[in-house]
Design a protein around this ligand. Structure first.
Ligand SMILES: [Zn+2]
Length: 86
């Protein structure tokens, strides 16, 4: 996976992580080992098929912050050292 630093806002410590299933990219920032912030760009359900399916099933968007594949992709990025605690 390629992390494009040009897309990260100047001065921010966030790292771009792409969902391996839907290719949605989010900005990830880790404040501590237990806390990870994820910032969506635009409408998540418009780009993530998994989220779109869950919303279609009646789940409120706020209860579906990210899809399983993205969660796994973020965990991987953290394990790889691409997302560091800032
Ligand atoms: Zn996804």
């Amino acid at each position: 996976m390629r992390v494009d630093e040009r897309d990260i806002a100047p001065g921010s410590e966030a790292t771009e992580v792409a969902c391996r299933r839907c290719a949605t990219t989010v900005l990830v920032r880790k404040n501590s080992a237990a806390q990870t912030s994820v910032q969506w760009r635009g409408d998540s359900a418009a780009t993530c098929t998994e989220l779109a399916e869950r919303r279609a099933a009646g789940l409120h968007p706020a209860l579906v912050p990210k899809c399983e594949s993205l969660t796994a992709s973020i965990d991987e990025a953290v394990a790889d050292g691409r997302v560091t605690i800032t």
